[in-house]
Design a protein around this ligand. Sequence first.
Ligand code: NAI
Length: 326
Amino acid sequence: MKKIAFYDTKPYDKESFDAVGSDYEFDYIEAKLSAHTAALAKGCDGVCAFVNDDIDKRAIDILSENGVRIIAMRCAGYSNVDIKAAKGKITVVRVPSYSPHAVAEHAMALLLCVNRKIHKAYNRTRDFNFSINGLTGTDLYGKTVGIIGTGKIGRAFIDICKGMGMKILAYDPFPVENADFEYTELDRLLSESDVISLHCPLTSKNTRMLNKEAFSKMKKGVFLINISRGALIDTAALIDALNDGTVGAAGLDVYEEESDLFFEDFSNTVIKDDVLSLLISKPNVLLTSHQAFLTDEALSGIAETTIENLNDFFSGKPLKNEVCSK
Ligand code: NAI
């Protein structure tokens, strides 16, 4: 039986992988995968990793020296894997699509919440404070939403926004043909959108694409939604834009320095990340900790595709979801 070291395990991971069932012996490890923990995979044929594992060259070398032949990412993004270092050494596969709807629906949940101030209303009514002063929102119907990235999740989000009567402006360096929405240049999207939502992967080319200059082009009071990757936004520039009112509200499921914090409980700890603390302290910022994917359907889809990827690899079949090969 092949053995797979399963890093950064949470109870819901174990449940979904055990429910699908497989011929693998999963060694469920709570620690994240990094150069410090890679040796725990000694004796395993593969590892299963997630978004905040730090799979750098050193980690890859240690895995490879210990006989690991495949890194099965149980997520779509792989910006945390040093692909250059993996090439020729270890095969990397991923789950390109599990439920784009799960992620798109969370983006809309964030937008509706920050717009109608549900996070504030929830706290008020729990305290029997039934005042609605300060909770005024705006109709989303008829407003322009700028979608950056029109792949699977961007598309699902466009459909939701269309259903709400919003006007779509989209930017993608690889636009789809015969689109039923309008593509435009990034600058026009930034300057005309009432809502901007990020749906593209993080690459070395678009890191901090929403920086001081980009914020300076935006409409006053724009709503910003990011469920993609934190480093697409320069957080310091976002804080300035929140302070001067350029950004009216932000709904964020990701944060550029999330990897040591997200998915863990720090409620009894003094967090030393002052930028994050400042962001969270703002009444018009709603932060969730990378949970946009977290639905039953998405978890089953992730487990099924990961096991299929492993089956294909170990039986020598062509790999549908290969990122790089040995
Ligand atoms: P996809 O690969 O289907 O689509 C990505 C689209 O972005 C493509 O059309 C591509 O051409 C476009 N793109 C690439 N660079 C761009 C740029 N600089 N500007 C604008 N568009 C650009 O990917 P999918 O499945 O839609 O996922 C998008 C991203 O969502 C993932 O890369 C990941 O970072 C994030 N994600 C977040 C999750 C969460 O739980 N918060 C869960 C799953 C994905």
